[in-house]
Design a binder for this molecule. Sequence first.
Ligand code: PLP
Length: 483
Amino acid sequence: MKIPTQGKSKDEIFTTLKNYKGDDLDWKSGRVFGYIYDPGKKVHDVLNDAYTMYLPENALDPLSFPSLLRLENEVVAMTASLLGGDDQTVGNFTSGGTESLILAVKTARDYCRAVKAHIKQPELVLPITAHASLFKACHYLGVKPVVTAVRDDTFEADVDAMRAAITDNTILLIGSAPGYAHGVVDPIADIAALAKEKDLLCHVDACVGGIHLSYMRKLGDEVPDFNLAVPGVTSLSVDLHKYGYAAKGASIILYTNKELRKYQIWACSRWTGYTVINPAVTSSKSGGPMAAAWAVLNYLGDEGYMEIVREVMAATQKFLDGISRIDGVRVLGKPNMCMFAVASTDERINVYRLADEMKKKGWYLQPQFARENSPSNLHISLNRSTVPQAEAFLEAFEATIKEMKQQQVDPEMARLQAELEKLSLDFDEETFFRLAQMAGVTGTEPPESMATVNMLLEALPYDVSEFMLTEYLNNMMVAGKTP
Ligand SMILES: Cc1ncc(COP(=O)(O)O)c(C=O)c1O
């Protein structure tokens, strides 16, 4: 494919774009339980207008576009005041949770380079439920992730395990509020106290939950302490593009003081071009996400957010009560907000197949692999647009589970399952290709059943499954290829 010699008409372009979208998840249905945080049309229009108003402006240089500096400082101030900050709190706007977390780890690494010079191989202690982007941050920044267990049944970080994992090389402890997979808030006060006792930094990943949990608190709901006011917490990340209902490309990283934040900033004056001073990873960036985030905070206000949280939590209760009445599945742990994981209690219910069957009926649930004490499960994140779907979901979910119980287990799947259970760590290439074939992973085309693929990926050693995933994406993302 080449750039067309002659430009096309606006009509033609938008017709093509609409066609391209045909196979995308239909998030407007309210039946998609991940990826999308939909505030409804009125809020969406405000986001749209603010975003496009600032689309061309470049947040690279706050002196050239002082209004963007003002927007950033105001968004940071509003977020910090919601999340227990004080007059020493500082922070920055970033493109998302991943960028905020990369920055939190970089800041900790560079702070320790400056003040703890004995640390040559920095280590980060994180519970297994911490978000994958922290592993990415470690990989990018040459920091060793030291993974700790979570408590049986509750899936909260085990603080004793974190204590035992601390070494002379530890730079940072992580707690999540909540962890994405189970929606469970870690014992942040205990993790932060441990960090303080050991003279370590402590980051709270409140990317997904920071806004929602804060408004639950304002509504008087029980929420464990998790924010910057907790003694020992030194930084916190919170995504506005999740339960802040901002447009994507909006997260905030906060620090308790400027002394620490200075290790986040990158300046470069040693090349032939313009002076570079970047507070975050990206350099040139549209002012759109920042303006849209500023707009939504002002448009909804505390009252608007509380109304949404009240609605979403009422719906969450309906989902949880309904699921608890269905024989064959259970919710893992005690979720603290509107996201949770559902596992099977009946061997006839393979959750990955359940996800496939629900998808055929128009419902998207996110498969999550069995890791340590967390069994295979399906993740559900609720948001404003899913609220009216509680009854319809429960009906479809129960009916699908009933159908699955009545069906014979697919013999192919049973065979694959049996083989995977026998899989030893030192399996050979031949076994690998045989299993991949059984799972329907043969070429680069998407396989028919995601269930078998998920079963395979779950059972393989991490390095093998990660290698497979990399190869798959590398082959899928080929210039001009149509999915
Ligand atoms: C707890 C948590 N941290 C970090 C992230 C990464 O955020 P992003 O996808 O915006 O990079 C997520 C995403 O869901 C999350 O739930």
